[in-house]
Design a protein. Sequence first.
Length: 398
Amino acid sequence: MAILYENIDPDGDTLIIISYPSEASQGAGEPAPVSEEIAVAEPEVADEPLAIEDTESVDYHTISSEIVQESSTELRLKVSKKHLTVAARRARIMFEGEYRETQKSKVDGFYHWPIQPLFDSEAVKIVMKIIHAQTQDLPDEVTLEMIVSIAEVVDDLQCHEALSFFVKAWIGRLFWPIPISMCDEVVQWIFIASVFGLDEKFKEATRVAVMHSTGPIDSLGLPMRPDILDKIEQKRQETLEELTDQLHGVLDNLCSGRACHVFACRSMMLGALTQDMHKKGLGSPRPARPFNNMSLFSTLETVRQLESPMLYLSPEDDPGSMHDPSYGKTKDVSIRLENHSASSVWKKKHRKELLKQAENAASSHIPKVTAHLCCLQDILKPGVDGLEARVEGLSLDH
């Protein structure tokens, strides 16, 4: 076993002992556990002599190691019980109880606090240095992954206030902001923000998750509060359900005549909307909870792309008095009716030319028709935009 010493406090009276198994003993590709709390060893085992008999004789200013046959590494950090109990609520509670860890060893006179190897060793060192005000050699910048590792230690020891200033400074120096689409980094940001009480970051990251997740979110093994991820998933499902209700409400309005009063217009938009919704998986069968593999963002974009074709009517088919201005507009135009008119492909290709020709036509003998300007997006866009605007991230206050 390789024994590594880290002298956090030269006058310390406590040894934090962490035994890390080798990578080989963990198994290829097996990640180190990260979601459990720091565990205190059970008091049923009596004190046994340590690998070194005289702890006072060790030079804690240097990191030394003793290689034995076992394929593992033991990290020992010399720290102060006073600093620990002031900064970390978990340590304070432990030292107030009757545990083996609260009794000084008869061998070396130190408190021994064994901790399971659940955390990154460098993150543990950084946390201990900050708790003991040994900040002169702290890094100016750290990666997002290291902040996550530090947050895991802080969350378990419950020493948030002691680390808050440094973590905020490191976050301010990160090059990349919170991603705008769903990925592991979004989950990491949610965890960091929840641990250190960063409400704005928390709202931003959780909104991204609500908008872009396609189902229940994987916690990545982080000790995340379960209610956070549950609330994100609930909000995703609720908003998708509201969007689906809006779409089918438009179908009902078109069928019942509560949209445009022109039958041809309603028929055209109803047909276009029904076909597109069926093609996009939004029609029948109607999407329902839990809306698996559906993100709110992609569904909103799909709805924004729904279109209806241009419609031209004779004046008697589109009387202005019968038109509901809230659902469409009309424009009297003159169009020379040619054989091309039977081709919808031709009309789509030459739509702008038709409108220009109609507006510029002056000859009274050219038949006049009405360009009926109702379109699906006039009906759908207000509801879609309003729905998206109401989507907010979670708040740490709730």
